[in-house]
Design a protein around this ligand. Structure first.
Ligand code: DP6
Length: 330
């Protein structure tokens, strides 16, 4: 009853922001993302009678009951225990090879890896759809990291969430030329977690209705851009969608502003590069980091332009979906 899994984060091109059900993590809108290479979470879980309570070690740090991370994972394990009919406690050890909780979608890779490991350890025999639903119960965006490449998380209509899961649009080999340059602006933990931030937005931003009215249009354009490999349409739509999401955050009461001065500097640099004929677009999530979308041939010139602003950068490709690993962490 011990298993390990690895999963990569995904960056949303059309964002998920706002829930219709907090407990089941059902979103107000569908979203589309790209699972990326290189960054991953590696997780090992063991269910056993020898554990009197769930044990959790994340990035070498031990977490105890009452801590938020601990309670989130315990709640997730309770859902899995319900499916399998076991009451066994578990030990979870997990580590990321990239900054945690800084806007690099570590909850997406984290819960996607955990769902995959749990499925194996408890022999739940869930397919991709079931895994996506299980991962979603940990963190909404994790539903998409089950898949490689481009995926769409369908918002669904049902109250029980049984029609709310991600599907693959195209795998990681489909559009080899796409690159995401992940720029590290700050490694500080974020000021407010996306879960709380989106709850506040839905409650207080007067723009939220407008976000929902426009979202189908962005989804349609993005699906089309992926299908046709139309990079300009993909980039323009993703950048605009990201700005709309951040406008929601800025107009939340009290306002939620994840940007740091260097975030704005990079954004302006992206505009400048585009004006000079170097095609690239940006997207940002719940943190100060900027992800620059571009094609492979533009990477060297873009790096040259941002050298002085983002000291640490990672050039990521479309990446693999969650997978079982034979390599145990304990
Ligand atoms: C800005 O999936 O972290 O990255 O479901 O509450 O765990 P919970 O939220 P989470 O939110 C991700 C928000 C986002 C946009 C996105 O990934 O679509």
């Amino acid at each position: 009853m011990k298993a390990s899994a690895k999963a990569n984060p995904n960056f949303a091109l059309v964002k998920y922001w706002g829930k219709r059900d907090e407990k089941l993590k059902l979103p107000q809108n569908s979203s589309i993302s790209l699972t990326v290479s290189d960054f991953f979470t590696h997780t090992t879980i063991e269910f056993s009678e020898k554990y009197e309570r769930d044990e959790l070690v994340l990035n070498k740090k031990k977490y105890l009951p009452k801590n938020k991370e601990y309670e989130n994972i315990k709640e997730f394990l309770n859902q899995a225990r319900k499916i399998s009919g076991t009451s066994l406690r578990a030990k979870v050890v997990s580590k990321n090879n990239f900054p945690t909780s800084a806007g690099f979608a570590s909850s997406a890779s984290g819960f996607s890896a955990l769902a995959t490991a749990v499925n194996q350890a408890l022999s739940l025999k869930l397919g991709k759809k079931g895994l996506s639903i299980l991962a979603r119960m940990g963190s909404g965006s994790a539903s998409r990291s089950i898949f490689s490449g481009f995926s769409e998380w369908k918002k669904g209509k049902k109250k029980d969430g049984s029609d709310c899961f991600a599907v693959q649009l195209k795998d990681n080999n489909y559009w080899n030329d796409i690159r995401i340059i992940a720029c590290i602006i700050s490694k500080k933990k974020k000021s407010i977690k996306s879960r709380k931030a989106m709850r506040e937005t839905v409650k207080t931003s007067p723009m939220y209705g407008c976000w929902l009215e426009n979202i189908e249009n962005d989804l349609e354009k993005t699906r089309h851009a992926i299908e046709k490999k139309d990079f300009s349409l993909l980039g323009k739509t993703a950048e605009h969608n990201c700005l709309k999401m951040h406008s929601l955050m800025w107009t939340t009461i009290p306002p939620i502003i994840y940007q740091e001065p260097k975030t704005i500097e990079i954004i302006k640099k992206v505009f400048e590069m585009r004006d000079n004929g170097l095609e690239c677009y940006f997207t940002m999530d719940a943190g100060p980091q900027v992800k620059i979308l571009c094609l492979r041939r533009s990477v060297p010139a873009i790096i040259e332009n941002i050298l002085g602003i983002a000291k640490e950068r990672f050039v990521l490709k479309p990446g693999r979906g969650a997978r079982v690993s034979q390599n145990h962490l304990f």
